[in-house]
Design a protein around this ligand. Structure first.
Ligand code: CO
Length: 244
């Protein structure tokens, strides 16, 4: 039922500041921006086909996203999976007594959306989305978001829970959803507990290095990856590598 990671959501202090990095420096095309009053956010989706990056700026402190920002600072907040029918997916989850935040779909930036409770998802906040039939398509992104990384003290256990709840396949400590994987690693490797990093495939690593150097964004190499520190990327560690 879940075909891919639709987007990874990052809570930011200011959408305009986050644009300067994600849109202007990295070059991710902005697809859509809107105020989602229901969630108390101004939100934007940027293309990183097959998935997107969602930026969330709280409208005020008394919202889930506002409290997240006050407590944890900027950073990865949730992972959203695409499903062709969010209502059917919710009915199936409810029938299996999976704890939900939303019993029924509601409109979000990505279409009809619903959140599962982190208690049901190994501590991760998981969203499901069914985009409108006429999903926006802009200029192609130079990067492909193919990996979302989370830290857990029990990576195998966490992936097994996620695979069972979401009906996805687990391969080692990776949860596979079409072209996307959610990889769960020990917190020391992941960079903390919970959602921590995004992995992109990029045809030419030099292009990203040049863009970041031009903007004074430091990078370092870890194995075959170029890594941008979370402090420079609004709380998400970013990893870039050539396609395998
Ligand atoms: Co979202």
């Amino acid at each position: 039922m879940l075909t891919r990671v639709h987007h990874a959501g990052i809570v930011v202090r200011s959408l305009d500041e986050a644009y300067r990095f994600y849109r202007d420096t990295l070059g991710l095309p902005l697809l859509e921006e809107a105020e989602v009053r229901d969630q108390g956010v101004r939100a934007a989706l940027l293309d990183a086909g097959p998935s997107e990056v969602e930026l969330l700026e709280p409208l005020h402190g008394e919202t889930g996203v506002g409290r997240f920002l006050a407590r944890r600072g900027e950073g990865l907040h949730h992972v959203c999976f695409h499903t062709p029918d969010v209502a059917a997916a919710l009915a199936d989850l409810a029938a299996r007594r999976v704890e939900l935040i939303d019993a029924a779909p509601r409109p979000g930036l990505a279409g009809q959306i619903a959140f599962l409770h982190p208690r049901a998802c190994a501590g991760l906040l998981v969203e499901l989305a069914t985009p409108p039939a006429t999903e926006h398509h802009g200029p192609a992104s130079p990067y492909r978001l193919v990996r979302v990384v989370a830290g857990s003290r029990d990576p195998h256990g966490s992936v097994a829970v996620l695979a069972s709840v979401l009906g996805l396949t687990a391969t080692g400590t990776k949860l596979v959803a079409g072209p996307s994987v959610v990889e769960v690693l020990a917190p020391e490797v992941a960079g903390g507990e919970g959602l921590s990093a995004l992995g992109f495939e990029v045809p030419d690593r030099r292009a990203i290095v040049e863009r970041c150097m031009g903007a004074g964004i430091a990078m370092h190499e870890v194995g075959d990856e170029i890594v941008i520190d979370p402090r420079l990327a609004h709380g998400a560690q970013l990893r870039f590598r050539h396609p395998a």
